[in-house]
Ligand binder design. Structure first.
Ligand SMILES: [Zn+2]
Length: 201
Protein backbone atom coordinates (compact mmCIF):
# COMPACT_ATOMS: atom_id res chain seq x y z
CA UNK A 1 0.00 0.00 0.00
CA UNK A 2 1.24 3.47 -0.88
CA UNK A 3 2.18 5.63 2.00
CA UNK A 4 -0.39 8.40 2.31
CA UNK A 5 2.01 11.28 2.78
CA UNK A 6 -0.61 14.09 2.79
CA UNK A 7 -2.58 12.23 5.46
CA UNK A 8 0.57 11.65 7.51
CA UNK A 9 1.38 15.35 7.25
CA UNK A 10 -2.10 16.31 8.40
CA UNK A 11 -1.90 13.98 11.41
CA UNK A 12 1.57 15.29 12.26
CA UNK A 13 0.34 18.90 12.14
CA UNK A 14 -2.75 18.21 14.26
CA UNK A 15 -0.62 16.33 16.81
CA UNK A 16 1.28 19.53 17.50
CA UNK A 17 -1.81 21.16 19.00
CA UNK A 18 -2.04 21.23 22.81
CA UNK A 19 -3.99 18.33 24.25
CA UNK A 20 -4.11 16.42 20.97
CA UNK A 21 -2.41 13.04 21.08
CA UNK A 22 -1.59 10.86 18.11
CA UNK A 23 -4.83 8.85 18.28
CA UNK A 24 -7.03 11.94 18.43
CA UNK A 25 -5.08 13.54 15.59
CA UNK A 26 -5.67 10.46 13.44
CA UNK A 27 -9.40 10.54 14.18
CA UNK A 28 -9.60 14.24 13.39
CA UNK A 29 -7.68 13.80 10.16
CA UNK A 30 -9.95 10.96 9.02
CA UNK A 31 -13.05 12.97 9.90
CA UNK A 32 -11.73 15.92 7.91
CA UNK A 33 -10.82 14.09 4.75
CA UNK A 34 -14.09 12.17 4.75
CA UNK A 35 -16.31 15.16 5.46
CA UNK A 36 -18.58 15.85 2.51
CA UNK A 37 -19.68 19.34 3.50
CA UNK A 38 -16.44 21.09 2.74
CA UNK A 39 -15.17 21.22 6.33
CA UNK A 40 -11.55 20.81 5.25
CA UNK A 41 -11.66 23.93 3.09
CA UNK A 42 -13.70 25.89 5.64
CA UNK A 43 -11.09 25.03 8.26
CA UNK A 44 -8.20 25.82 5.92
CA UNK A 45 -9.69 29.24 5.13
CA UNK A 46 -10.40 29.99 8.80
CA UNK A 47 -6.81 29.09 9.67
CA UNK A 48 -5.39 31.39 7.00
CA UNK A 49 -7.75 34.20 7.99
CA UNK A 50 -6.74 33.88 11.64
CA UNK A 51 -3.08 33.73 10.71
CA UNK A 52 -3.35 36.94 8.64
CA UNK A 53 -5.85 38.81 10.79
CA UNK A 54 -4.72 38.07 14.35
CA UNK A 55 -1.48 39.24 15.90
CA UNK A 56 0.08 39.55 19.34
CA UNK A 57 -0.17 42.98 20.91
CA UNK A 58 3.28 44.56 20.79
CA UNK A 59 2.75 45.92 24.30
CA UNK A 60 0.97 43.33 26.46
CA UNK A 61 1.39 40.29 24.21
CA UNK A 62 -2.32 39.48 24.14
CA UNK A 63 -4.11 38.55 20.94
CA UNK A 64 -5.50 41.39 18.87
CA UNK A 65 -6.68 42.17 15.36
CA UNK A 66 -3.57 42.65 13.24
CA UNK A 67 -4.51 46.24 12.37
CA UNK A 68 -5.29 47.23 16.00
CA UNK A 69 -1.94 47.20 17.74
CA UNK A 70 -1.46 47.98 20.65
CA UNK A 71 -4.62 46.10 21.46
CA UNK A 72 -7.94 47.56 22.52
CA UNK A 73 -7.29 46.56 26.16
CA UNK A 74 -3.97 48.45 26.23
CA UNK A 75 -5.54 51.51 24.62
CA UNK A 76 -8.54 51.58 26.97
CA UNK A 77 -8.64 53.68 30.15
CA UNK A 78 -8.04 51.46 33.19
CA UNK A 79 -8.70 52.70 36.73
CA UNK A 80 -5.70 50.76 38.11
CA UNK A 81 -3.35 51.42 35.19
CA UNK A 82 -0.41 51.69 37.62
CA UNK A 83 -0.73 47.96 38.43
CA UNK A 84 0.82 45.60 35.87
CA UNK A 85 -0.39 42.00 36.00
CA UNK A 86 2.19 39.52 34.69
CA UNK A 87 0.81 36.28 33.25
CA UNK A 88 2.14 33.35 31.29
CA UNK A 89 -0.01 33.61 28.16
CA UNK A 90 -2.69 35.59 26.30
CA UNK A 91 -5.22 32.96 27.40
CA UNK A 92 -4.58 33.99 31.02
CA UNK A 93 -5.30 37.64 30.17
CA UNK A 94 -8.66 36.68 28.72
CA UNK A 95 -9.39 34.50 31.74
CA UNK A 96 -8.54 37.20 34.31
CA UNK A 97 -10.39 39.85 32.32
CA UNK A 98 -13.48 37.63 32.33
CA UNK A 99 -13.26 37.28 36.10
CA UNK A 100 -13.77 41.04 36.44
CA UNK A 101 -11.35 41.04 39.38
CA UNK A 102 -8.65 43.20 37.86
CA UNK A 103 -8.67 46.73 36.47
CA UNK A 104 -5.02 47.35 35.67
CA UNK A 105 -2.72 46.50 32.78
CA UNK A 106 -1.43 43.13 31.57
CA UNK A 107 1.84 41.68 30.42
CA UNK A 108 2.14 38.18 28.96
CA UNK A 109 5.57 36.55 29.31
CA UNK A 110 4.78 33.96 26.63
CA UNK A 111 5.96 31.11 28.81
CA UNK A 112 7.70 30.51 32.12
CA UNK A 113 11.17 29.45 33.10
CA UNK A 114 11.52 25.76 32.40
CA UNK A 115 14.88 24.01 32.23
CA UNK A 116 13.01 20.83 31.23
CA UNK A 117 11.61 22.34 28.04
CA UNK A 118 14.56 24.66 27.49
CA UNK A 119 12.72 27.92 28.16
CA UNK A 120 15.12 30.50 29.53
CA UNK A 121 14.95 34.19 30.38
CA UNK A 122 15.75 35.17 26.78
CA UNK A 123 12.62 33.36 25.59
CA UNK A 124 10.34 35.39 27.83
CA UNK A 125 9.25 39.01 27.37
CA UNK A 126 11.25 40.16 30.40
CA UNK A 127 13.11 43.10 28.81
CA UNK A 128 9.81 44.40 27.54
CA UNK A 129 8.40 44.07 31.07
CA UNK A 130 11.24 46.10 32.60
CA UNK A 131 10.80 48.73 29.91
CA UNK A 132 7.10 49.01 30.64
CA UNK A 133 7.63 49.26 34.40
CA UNK A 134 9.94 52.20 33.76
CA UNK A 135 7.88 53.92 31.10
CA UNK A 136 4.28 53.45 32.19
CA UNK A 137 4.42 54.72 35.76
CA UNK A 138 3.91 51.23 37.21
CA UNK A 139 3.87 51.13 41.02
CA UNK A 140 2.95 47.47 41.49
CA UNK A 141 3.76 44.33 39.51
CA UNK A 142 1.21 41.63 40.28
CA UNK A 143 2.50 38.19 39.38
CA UNK A 144 -0.39 35.99 38.32
CA UNK A 145 1.29 32.70 37.55
CA UNK A 146 0.19 29.21 38.56
CA UNK A 147 1.34 27.28 41.60
CA UNK A 148 3.68 24.72 40.05
CA UNK A 149 7.46 24.59 40.40
CA UNK A 150 8.16 26.41 37.12
CA UNK A 151 5.77 29.24 37.98
CA UNK A 152 7.43 29.56 41.40
CA UNK A 153 10.87 29.76 39.77
CA UNK A 154 9.63 32.40 37.34
CA UNK A 155 8.04 34.43 40.14
CA UNK A 156 11.29 34.29 42.17
CA UNK A 157 13.27 35.43 39.18
CA UNK A 158 10.92 38.34 38.52
CA UNK A 159 10.97 39.37 42.18
CA UNK A 160 14.77 39.35 42.02
CA UNK A 161 15.14 41.52 38.93
CA UNK A 162 12.39 43.89 40.07
CA UNK A 163 13.98 44.35 43.51
CA UNK A 164 16.22 47.07 42.09
CA UNK A 165 13.22 48.99 40.77
CA UNK A 166 11.02 51.28 42.72
CA UNK A 167 8.01 49.00 42.46
CA UNK A 168 5.99 46.79 44.76
CA UNK A 169 5.91 43.12 43.72
CA UNK A 170 2.93 40.98 44.71
CA UNK A 171 1.67 37.56 43.80
CA UNK A 172 -1.91 36.37 43.60
CA UNK A 173 -3.10 34.19 46.44
CA UNK A 174 -4.44 30.85 45.35
CA UNK A 175 -7.20 28.95 47.05
CA UNK A 176 -6.21 26.03 44.90
CA UNK A 177 -4.00 22.98 45.29
CA UNK A 178 -0.36 23.12 44.17
CA UNK A 179 0.06 22.70 40.45
CA UNK A 180 -2.89 24.88 39.49
CA UNK A 181 -2.90 27.00 36.36
CA UNK A 182 -4.68 30.30 35.74
CA UNK A 183 -6.20 28.89 32.59
CA UNK A 184 -8.20 26.28 34.48
CA UNK A 185 -9.35 28.41 37.38
CA UNK A 186 -12.94 29.58 37.67
CA UNK A 187 -13.81 33.28 37.68
CA UNK A 188 -14.72 33.49 41.38
CA UNK A 189 -11.53 31.81 42.53
CA UNK A 190 -9.47 34.03 40.26
CA UNK A 191 -11.12 37.25 41.41
CA UNK A 192 -10.60 36.19 45.03
CA UNK A 193 -6.96 35.29 44.35
CA UNK A 194 -6.33 38.73 42.86
CA UNK A 195 -8.04 40.49 45.73
CA UNK A 196 -6.04 38.45 48.25
CA UNK A 197 -2.68 39.06 46.61
CA UNK A 198 0.35 39.28 48.83
CA UNK A 199 3.50 41.30 48.55
CA UNK A 200 6.56 39.12 48.01
CA UNK A 201 10.23 39.81 48.66
ZN1 LIG B 1 -2.20 44.96 24.54
Amino acid sequence: MNHLVPLDNLVAALSRLPGIGRRTAERMAMALIQDEKGLTRILANALLEADDGIANCERCGSVTLADINPCELCARHRPDAHVLCVVESPADIIKIEESGGFQGRYHALMGRLSPMSGTGVADLRVDKLLGRVAEEGITEVLIALGTDVESDATASYLREILSTRDVKVSRIAFGLPAGSAIEYSDATTLARAIKGRQEIG
